[in-house]
Design a binder for this molecule. Sequence first.
Ligand code: NAD
Length: 262
Amino acid sequence: MYQDLQGKTVIITGGNTGIGKACAERFAKEGCNVVVNYFENNALGIEELLGQLKDLGGQAIAVQGDVTKEADIKALLKETLEAFGSLDIFLNNAGLENEVPSHELSLDDWNKVISTNLTGQFLGCREAISYFLEHNVQGNIINMSSVHEIIPWPHFVHYAASKGGVKMMTQTLAMEYAPKKIRVNAIAPGAINTPINAEKFADPEQRASVEEMIPMGYIAEPEEIASLAVWLASQEAKYVTGHTLFADGGMSLYPSFQAGRG
Ligand code: NAD
């Protein structure tokens, strides 16, 4: 538990599934006011989730919106302020991917992934920072990146490019707003058991082939990412900015060199 998080307001994009949902639950446990942004296709169970977040000890609202739309991000902040009166933490989590060999990737698919994973995060960062500056808040931004901010990923060039962009955006904004004590960090998960991977991990062969790429030998649960998000947002991390925290069981450590190979 991080006492200083009690009563803080956090916005989480894509907060009703996977890693975002686990973060919503963990921030609620810390006593935060949690704003769950959800995309229109994923509205199922939202009332149940809000009830659960309240039971965990937080206040919670849900705001529907598409992170690629400037007006939706502005409305997200507006509704947050109407409900809770302030904003302290913005967690840019929404993201998507699809597998296509790069020479066959359509411009529509490229634009969809870049506009969600990179432009959507930029819009969240920009709105949050404008608010923090205007209200003199030493706020916090956390961007959900991926090990693919550094690991190339054939068939997922749009995804890898978006996460590489998130890394540089995070560092640039961290430097730009450090004098105002606004911190901007990222988290790079490895392989996590969420809906984005549901199909892949349901197939025992594909699951085993992913596990082989993880020196620690297992696919993590979303709660193992949420624990980093609350730490980054807390005062325990108050001197940390511009970092990507990798939580990947060693996936980014060149596992093919394991056991003296190479
Ligand atoms: P997920 O599919 O459960 O979550 C993604 C969320 O983003 C969903 O709720 C979806 O509705 C939302 N979303 C998509 N487009 C949106 C839009 N335009 N506007 C608003 N919301 C939108 O998968 P997840 O694994 O929980 O992914 C969360 C984040 O973690 C993503 O950024 C993903 O790239 C990143 N990540 C996941 C893994 C993993 O192994 N699961 C690994 C590295 C990074």
